[in-house]
Design a protein around this ligand. Sequence first.
Ligand SMILES: Nc1ncnc2c1ncn2[C@@H]1O[C@H](COP(=O)(O)OP(=O)(O)OP(=O)(O)O)[C@@H](O)[C@H]1O
Ligand SMILES: [Mg+2]
Length: 279
Amino acid sequence: MSAAPSTPLGRAAEHTLAVDGVTLGYGDRTVIEGFDLPVPAGQITCIVGANACGKSTLLRAMARLLAPRSGQVLLDGKAVHRLPTKQVARTLGLLPQSPLAPEGIVVGDLVARGRHPHQRVLARWSAEDEAAVAGALEVTETAELADRPVDELSGGQRQRVWIAMALAQQTDLLLLDEPTTFLDVSHQVDVLDLLTELNRERGTTIVMVLHDLNLAARYADHLVAVCEGRLHAAGEPAEVLTAEVVQEVFGMRSRIITDPVSGKPLVLPIGRHHAVDAG
Ligand SMILES: Nc1ncnc2c1ncn2[C@@H]1O[C@H](COP(=O)(O)OP(=O)(O)OP(=O)(O)O)[C@@H](O)[C@H]1O
Ligand SMILES: [Mg+2]
């Protein structure tokens, strides 16, 4: 994947996003309880936690797709659920964990849908829209797939197309639920490098759920560990990623060493079969 779009996107405006005492659930099941999370503006926040602990539920509420039972999500100090849909969509983009493409849609048309929040009723498609879509296809290396139906792509190609759609939206805040799913190791690093460039060069605030603790530690400015619907620990990766936290959050023994490449913590699971020295 190539570097972030060379076409100037302009500097992202500073927006504040905060989860304030939020409780979320489905039917009579409570999934997230009393959750507080101020999102540092202009930084990369990574959320980690065990399956079913509520990460996607939290992200959906932050993107206004799920209304809190109590508490609120504040965007620039205002309850996000009371803001107009289009205003939220111009500020904040979400790449869901399992997005669904309309049947038969081709890649170029799907990525173009990322521009909907920017379109006015009369001036439907602008040069700016065209440039945003072309730039998103280029940096995700999906331009050559533009005419292919999305449902005929490999899992990794499809994931890159969804990332292109999220990038085409050009929001100042970007929420991504497991953006590296289905990607081979080199494309995982490419996507995370691309998001880092978007953050460093444009100031885009990024919040993403990642399952790979080592990539999360490497790419996060701010790491958030969720355990059973509650915030367990938050801070710099080196503070959060301790063997104790890994044990508490994932119920797994591990050793933490310093990643010789990045200087960040590196988690080595111990498991039951391969440890020379369980430590
Ligand atoms: N639409 C829904 N209706 C009912 N229950 C749901 C719904 N979506 C999620 N849940 C339940 O809420 C809990 C948290 O789900 P969520 O998807 O937020 O977990 P997660 O932390 O993202 O997990 P994973 O790592 O597997 O993606 C789970 O018990 C799940 O079964
Ligand atoms: Mg999830």
